[in-house]
Write a new protein. Structure first.
Length: 255
């Protein structure tokens, strides 16, 4: 009985202090409300009716992702002449984490490989597409953000037109024995052949090894997907999406 009362009090208190949609939107134009989370982003807007979304990987909870990725987003916007946003997932910059913890949470591992988080991410991308009236959407993702995005396009095949994945994990089951996880290999048969996928790996990456990208590339090719593999020589995991070869691969999508 006491346990039930305690759970009810926790539920009540969490809802009392949860941010509302109106409160979220009052924060400014660089916020969007999705599934009871107020998500922070930084936009560099052009006249084109297209959108690039930059999705970060795992950082310590509370990291100011917007500050770190805004220069990259601005550079991509100028290179492609397309509106580009640096996105802060829950628990980063000024994004809330009412229902979804930061993907770098120390207690809950592999959040980016859970169906709940992937569904949230899909809803977030859809809301951003609506917000920017995008008719052509490209995700540029790194590390855990890449794993999240690659899984998302299998669950919702029409989510984006292009996916650039740098230093990704495509088969979480080879990295973790944790039950109930999901990654791109689990939904590869549902990925649209119309979606252009660019897989980028660093030859010196010890986090997401070259073999991980090569194995998924070979599998995707066998499935008939529209996929390209790009090597960045002597590159490690950090900032892989910002390397010269990565930038060239991104620009090629818009030629």
């Amino acid at each position: 009985m006491l346990k039930n009362i305690f759970v009810f009090i926790l539920f009540l208190s969490s809802n009392l202090f949860a941010i509302t949609k109106s409160e979220c939107l009052k924060k400014g134009e660089d916020f969007v409300f999705v599934k009871n989370e107020c998500i922070n982003y930084k936009a560099f807007v052009t006249d084109e009716d297209a959108l690039n979304i930059i999705v970060h990987g795992t950082w310590d909870e509370g990291t100011d992702i917007i500050a770190r990725y805004s220069p990259f987003a601005e550079d991509i916007s100028m290179r492609t002449d397309v509106s580009t946003i640096a996105l802060a997932l829950p628990g980063y910059s000024e994004s809330t984490s009412e229902n979804y913890k930061a993907i770098g949470n120390k207690e809950q591992k592999n959040l980016a490989a859970t169906k709940k988080y992937v569904d949230f991410f899909i809803a977030l991308v859809e809301e951003l597409k609506k917000e920017f009236e995008s008719t052509k959407t490209t995700i540029i993702a790194h590390s855990a953000g890449c794993m999240l995005s690659a899984t998302a396009i299998g669950i919702k095949p029409d989510l984006v037109d292009n996916l650039v994945c740098a230093g990704g994990v495509y088969d979480i089951h080879k990295k973790s024995p944790q039950k109930g996880l999901i990654s791109a290999v689990d939904v590869i048969d549902k990925i649209s052949k119309d979606t252009k996928i660019v897989l980028i790996y660093g030859s010196d990456d010890k986090v997401s090894t070259p073999k991980m990208s090569k194995d998924f590339y070979n599998l995707a090719k066998k499935k008939g997907l529209n996929v390209e593999l790009v090597e960045v020589k002597n590159a490690a995991h950090m900032d892989l999406e910002m390397q010269k070869e990565s930038l060239e691969a991104i620009e090629n999508l818009f030629e």
